[in-house]
Design a protein around this ligand. Sequence first.
Ligand code: FES
Length: 70
Amino acid sequence: MIVCVCRRVSDRDIERHARGGCASFDDLQMDTGVATCCGNCTDCARDVFDSARNGTAPAHYLPIRIQLAA
Ligand code: FES
């Protein structure tokens, strides 16, 4: 999924950088350009980055529970 429309950065791009040793969100911005234009993606990009570094699920992508009729 594209996280940053301005710079065409996906969640997979962010996760790859985070797991590849990118030490900070500032470094991620330098490497990818994410959240360096309009800034609307900043919260989501930070969430994806922090989650990838911590090994947790991003809050923005928590699974939606669907109740199926029995
Ligand atoms: S959507 Fe990421 S800077 Fe605009």
